[in-house]
Write a protein of this length. Sequence first.
Length: 149
Amino acid sequence: SVLRWIAEALHYLERQQRSELYAEGLDQVIRQPEFARGDMAYALLELLRGGMILSVLLPQLEPGDEVRVLIGSDLHLRELRPFSVVVSAYRAGDESSGLLGVLGPQRMAYARSISMVRYLAHVVSRLMGELYGEDENIGADDAVKGMLN
């Protein structure tokens, strides 16, 4: 119905306004050979500062994705083509609460990045569940098993 569509649109806009990007380790990214040209570093910093990277990543994530790897042209933005992103949603209950991930050069250590992102998403989801009183039965053993899969 029209009312349902409007409610979903309002919910989407509310989530967009609440979206915040926290970036750590940018100095390590900027030191990579891909940034020998200063214009690439500037373009990436502008994407991160403006939150544009979130608008690129969100539509590409499927609700059931545990960890998603996007390489170069998968990112659908010219400025991001030299890079890769390993990203996962963390959840409180059934609903996605946010994203965490690693942005790096295409030659990144994918196995390590995927394991770290998967593990951190499990831990943050568990903490969110505890914080909001959800009964998430993700124990440390389950998170480690998930990290190894």
